[in-house]
Design a protein around this ligand. Structure first.
Ligand SMILES: Cc1cc2nc3c(=O)[nH]c(=O)nc-3n(C[C@H](O)[C@H](O)[C@H](O)COP(=O)(O)OP(=O)(O)OC[C@H]3O[C@@H](n4cnc5c(N)ncnc54)[C@H](O)[C@@H]3O)c2cc1C
Length: 280
């Protein structure tokens, strides 16, 4: 919105988002259009007063708590037109015709939802940026999403709890210290890479390849942590393990598979990295 929104959109939404008064969710994925995002079918057709939306989004994080969705929609042509004919629009989730149905994940939480649009009328100024340039706009947006610290720190609460456990039981042999050192060095490197992407984004650049690299390496790290810490605790059966550490390990183990799905799957990111390096 900062990059492509109108002055009026920036003035209205951004201060309210920053004050925590408005919650936005991001509506890109649809059933059958996840990795293949350019095939989205949810449409916004022109009306005399603005736009009419019909279709469905899925996996929309926080849709049930959201006031608005920033949605990628087809405003002309068909899904065969791929990148052409897509636009970004702001949808008021309280508007008549919007239905939000939470989805429960493996860990029992419902943090994302399906969102249905049945003849939802939007005003003309719901469009963000230019009609037909939605693909370019979401690609730039994904560089922010993929390089942020949330792609590194999802399991860090487990790392903290495990280090607290090591201190409590007084374990400091060289193999354990090497494992702590390995995790810490990787975390520090990933953090530096994430900050380097942020610096380029702040300059108005779109480091798509670099951001994909941060997410791929970051989620690999986040997924390895629960496995390695689980193995470590199992290899030391004489140590008393606090219930909180067990709960954290169990929770992170349940949610870890989603780390390399949300925001773009591992396979898709590696394809982007390969293209960025001129390998495909
Ligand atoms: C926790 C979580 C939160 C999410 N939040 C949001 C959100 O807020 N907004 C939103 O819009 N979406 C959200 N998503 C959806 C997410 O972006 C999609 O799940 C993701 O892009 C994958 O799409 P898909 O689920 O349709 O899987 P598919 O695209 O069907 O992929 C299935 C498998 O096939 C592989 N695959 C697909 N195409 C290729 C290819 N060309 N080459 C090699 N392998 C391939 C994939 O890597 C994957 O392993 C969220 C997902 C999760 C898990």
């Amino acid at each position: 919105m900062l990059n492509y929104g109108s002055e009026a959109q920036r003035d209205f939404y951004i201060p309210r988002i920053c004050r925590g008064e408005l919650v936005f969710c991001i509506g890109m994925s649809e059933p059958g259009s996840g990795s293949d995002l350019a095939s989205v079918r949810t449409r916004a057709d022109r009306t005399e007063t603005g736009w009419r939306v019909n279709g469905q989004k899925i996996w929309t994080t926080n849709a049930m708590h959201g006031d608005y969705m920033i949605a990628l929609l087809r405003t002309s042509g068909t899904s065969e037109d791929r990148h052409a004919g897509l636009s970004q629009l702001i949808i008021d989730l309280k508007a008549p015709g919007v239905t939000v149905r939470p989805i429960t994940d493996l860990a029992g939480d419902a943090h994302f939802a399906e969102v249905f649009f049945d003849n939802v009328d939007l005003p003309a100024d719901a469009l963000i940026g230019n009609e037909g340039e939605g693909w370019k706009q979401v690609t730039a947006e994904l560089a922010f999403e993929r390089s942020g610290p949330e792609r590194i720190y999802s399991s860090v609460v487990l790392l903290d709890a495990w280090i607290a456990h090591l201190r409590a039981v007084g374990r400091a042999d060289s193999a354990t210290l090497a494992l702590v050192g390995d995790f810490t060095a990787r975390l520090a490197t990933l953090r530096a890479m994430s900050i380097a992407c942020t610096a380029r984004l702040a300059l108005g650049e779109s480091p798509v390849t670099e951001a994909s690299l941060v997410k791929d390496l970051g989620t690999a790290f986040e997924q390895e942590l629960p496995v390695a810490i689980g193995d470590d605790l199992a290899a030391h059966p004489d140590e008393a393990v606090d219930a909180e550490l067990y709960r954290t390990l169990m929770f992170v183990t349940y949610v870890a598979p989603s780390f390399s799905l949300r925001g773009g799957t591992r396979e898709v990111l590696r394809g982007i990295i390969a293209r960025g390096m001129g390998l495909r």
